[in-house]
Each structure stands twice: as C-alpha cells, then as structure tokens.
Write a protein that binds this ligand. Structure first.
Ligand SMILES: Cc1ncc(COP(=O)(O)O)c(C=O)c1O
Length: 366
C-alpha cells in the first residue's frame, strides 16, 4: 500500500545544503565579538553604496511583482558583456540558471552529464534531482584539468559537459584557447557549460574568458554570478550567456518572478558602479598576492589562484588548524567535504582582515 509520504526514490537520499558556519554561530560558541568570515567567497568590501541606495529607494515597491523578463537588467548585462540581449537569461543566482539548463538539455534516463571531480556541487546535485546520470573524470592529483580525458569520456549520449574555470575550490584556471580547442572535440549534441563565476578576478580577461569568442563556439553556455565581484550574494542574481535557442527555451520554462524586484534594481546599479567593481578587484588581486606570498613563507603549499580565494595545504593537520582559527573568530572552509581534509580554502578579505589572518597563522604555524 502506498502512503502520502511516498516520494520519488531519489529524494530521501538528499541532505539539506550546508553553507558552512555563520558569524552568529561562532560569536555565540566562543563568546567573540569580532568575526572574520572567509568561507563563502563573498565580496570583501560588502555591497556597493549605489546598490544600497537603490535597495532603500525602492523598498516601498516590494509589494509589487517584478517585471517578468527584467528587460532593463538584461539589456545592461548584454551591453556589459558585449552580446545581444536575446542571449542573456537572468536568474535567482547562477544556481537557478544551472538548474534550468540541466532540466532543459538533459533527458532523464537517456542522457548523461560529464564534469571533472571535484566540481561545484550544484551540478551533481541538480543532475541527481533531475534523474540525469552524472559522470565524472577526476582532476589530476594537483587539481589540474585533464582535458583530453574529459573529451575522451564524451559519447553520443553526453548532453552536457561542464567546465568550472577559474575553478572552485582550487582557484586554477585554463585558458580560453584551451577551452576552444576542447569544445571542438565534443560530439555535436553536447552543450558545453563554462562556469565563469570567478572570471572578474583573473589576471587577463582576454586570456581566460570564452565570452569574446562565443561566435566561434556555438554550443556553449556561460554561467556568471553577481554574487562575487558585484557583491549581491544575498540578493541572489546570476545570468547565463547562451545560444539563442537555449535562451528562448529557458525563458519559456523559468518560474516567472525568479529575479526579485530589489535584485533587478540592484543588479542595474551594481553594473553602473565601476568604482566599486574596480576597487573590489584591486583589493582581491592585492590580497591574493599577499596571502600567496605569506602563506608560502609559512610553509604552506598554495595553489596559484585566479579567483577571490586561495586553496592551501598547511604544514600541520588542516582540520586542527581550521578549529584553531575558528576559536580566534576566523571562519575559513575546510575541504573535508571534497574528501581533501588536508586542504583549506580561504576567501580574500579586506587588507585589515588579511593582516589579522596572517598574524593568526604565524602564531598557529610557528
Ligand atoms: C563555481 C560556482 N558557480 C556558481 C556559484 C553560485 O553562484 P550564485 O550565488 O549566483 O548562485 C558559485 C558560488 O559559490 C560557484 O562557486
């Protein structure tokens, strides 16, 4: 006999997403006032003043539904990235776009997705939820991309291939030349998804982003988020740059008001605030250099990062170090969840935060 609690077989195997420790939890646990949170790759400078102003100015509109297609925001994004607006779909964070594209492109029980392991968790999770087989090829021991192995794993049932570059959690990036050469080896039905969540922080946009060459890469969809360099993680805003046919299907099936009314205003304001954006990138690039040099001097192995975080292996038990940093009010990300308990991922903070973290590490690693 069936009962009301019967659900799709896959559902009970899911665990609620764990976003790591919050500032409130750590304050309470250790009785601390000042917390440095470097665990979620958020913007070190907070939110742009222009964004804060439009959120306040439009607070009285929150009882209204937003416009369904967020035309002003989509136009502003299209202008910024240099593609026609018909190729842009905005969503409730790039997670929303990732979810929709998997559901549109992959046929459950027939197709599979292909990615490196480890990969940003939303890809395997949403594939599983959709009943789509998820195949992975391990990254090298040192987190390098074996692109040939990934291309070899693609066959006539591969509906989607995912590349996260710059990568999370390693911070490593492959070049647009390498991605373009890889794309040319994929079977014709395979959609290449390039997740450029961290593209704002690379040393050279031309060298690393595929967006300027999308006209030559017709089966490619690029995922972007405004949670990092634009400081909108909490408002939730991301977008996809897609082939027109895919953008068309996505707009047909998306939930109608997935970009909320404040995120729409905030997104437009964030794109206008060049000063805040440039200062964010400057602080991140300088902080990244500082962390890389200082951590290396302390005996850590630091992966060369093109993102707003660094991944490192400390010269002591990384889980013990993680706990000791927590006791000092410094929240970083242990990579235990990626089966690498020997590694830590740490977001670049403000100059002051970075100095405080290095001082703490000097004491703990001495
Ligand atoms: C590689 C990658 N893609 C996508 C996202 C999600 O971005 P959003 O907050 O816009 O959903 C993240 C967030 O950390 C990420 O690391």
């Amino acid at each position: 006999m069936r009962n009301v609690k019967d659900v799709r077989e896959v559902i009970p195997s899911f665990k609620a997403y764990s976003a790591g420790l919050s500032i409130g939890e750590i304050k309470e646990r250790y009785g601390l006032n000042n917390i440095i949170k470097l665990s979620s790759n958020e913007n070190p400078l907070g939110a742009s003043p222009l964004v804060q102003k439009v959120v306040v100015d439009h607070a009285d509109e929150v009882f209204r539904y937003p416009r369904v297609e967020t035309p002003g925001l989509v136009r502003a994004i299209a202008e910024k990235v240099g593609v026609p607006a018909s190729r842009i779909v905005a969503g409730n964070g790039s997670d929303d776009i990732i979810d929709m594209v998997i559901r549109i492109k992959c046929r459950p029980g027939k197709d599979h997705m292909l990615a490196f392991d480890p990969c940003y968790s939303m890809y395997p999770l949403q594939a599983k939820l959709c009943g789509v087989e998820y195949r992975s090829v391990p990254l090298d021991e040192d987190f390098g991309f074996s692109l040939d192995k990934l291309a070899d794993a693609a066959d006539e049932n591969t509906a989607m291939v995912v590349l996260v570059t710059p990568d999370n959690p390693s911070g490593l990036s492959i070049t647009a030349d390498e991605i373009e050469a890889f794309a040319s080896k994929l079977p014709p039905q395979a959609l290449l998804v390039v997740d450029e969540a961290y593209i704002d922080f690379v040393d050279s946009y031309e060298k690393y982003s595929v967006v300027p060459r999308l006209d030559r890469m017709p089966n490619t969809c690029v995922m972007r988020t405004m949670a990092k360099a634009y400081g909108l993680a909490g408002l939730r805003l991301g977008y996809g740059i897609m082939p027109e046919w895919l953008a068309d299907y996505t707009l047909r099936v998306r939930l109608p008001f997935s970009v909320n009314i404040l995120a729409e205003y905030a997104g437009e304001a964030a794109l206008k605030d060049e000063t805040f954006y440039k200062e964010t990138v400057r602080v991140v690039v300088e902080g990244r250099k500082y962390f890389t040099e200082r951590l290396t001097a302390l005996g850590c192995k630091v992966w060369p990062s093109q993102t707003n975080f660094v991944m490192f292996k400390p010269p002591m038990d990384a889980l013990v170090l993680f706990e000791k940093l927590l006791q000092k009010g410094i929240i970083v990300r242990s990579l235990e969840g990626y089966d690498r308990p020997d590694l830590i991922r740490m977001t670049i903070g403000t100059e002051k935060e970075n100095r405080a973290v290095v001082a703490a590490l000097e004491e703990l690693l001495a």
